[in-house]
Write a protein that binds this ligand. Structure first.
Ligand code: ZN
Length: 207
């Protein structure tokens, strides 16, 4: 299983990574990993737009190549794109050079879209110290402090929503997935999460 709230100890072990943006203001940072893909990314963009919310999409480079027009739609709507490697690589299982090259290939796709990107999120949240030190000058390596768990078939959409709401603080970075595996939970939780925090006066911004 997984924790909806990132344990503090991880933030102490990896202080060079961004886990949240603590603030007194009512601001939240929604992030969506693994797209862009047809239908689901479009659903997310439409949902965000209907709440006047902005979000950040950590894109898989190969998905940008396949679905460029969807990535462009996200940019046009004022959302941000970040780097999630070209092939959704697991840092802990990948040699340094291969990993960095894969990040660079994704970055090239983003550049081709005209995005001047400095955001990177390691797939599975797994990245080695060597990979961090190689990337940290070029990228803000961005993790999360609220894991919606939308990808898990073991939780119901209601649990996904309620635990995400409970784990949220001002300045939280919240992780949803732009991925078929997460579709059922995400499609239920995202609009209700936005509604809940909009009513409380929160703004949703890009990273
Ligand atoms: Zn991912």
């Amino acid at each position: 299983m997984f924790l909806h709230k990132t344990p503090l100890v991880l933030k102490w072990i990896y202080p060079q990574l961004t886990w949240s943006k603590p603030t007194k203001e009512k601001v939240l940072y929604l992030t969506f990993d693994d797209g862009p893909i047809p239908d689901l990314t479009e659903f997310i963009i439409a949902t965000l737009n209907s709440f006047n919310a902005k979000g950040t999409f950590f894109c898989v480079g190969d998905n940008i190549r396949k679905h460029k027009e969807i990535a462009e739609r996200a940019i046009e709507a004022g959302h941000s794109l970040g780097n999630h490697t070209y092939n959704h690589m697991c840092g802990w299982k990948t040699e340094l050079d291969t990993y960095i090259n894969n990040v660079n290939s994704c970055q090239q796709e983003l550049e081709d879209l005209g995005v001047k990107n400095t955001l990177m999120r390691p797939p599975y949240g797994q990245i080695s110290r060597k990979q961090i030190s190689e990337l940290k000058d070029r990228f803000d390596i961005t993790m999360w402090d609220v894991l919606s768990g939308d990808f898990s078939s073991k939780i119901t959409p209601e649990v996904c929503l309620n635990k995400s709401i409970k784990a949220t603080r001002n300045g939280s970075i919240v992780l949803f997935h732009d991925n078929i595996k997460a579709e059922k939970n995400m499609k239920y939780a995202l609009p209700r999460y936005l509604e809940h925090f909009s009513k409380l006066g929160y703004a949703f911004k890009t990273l």
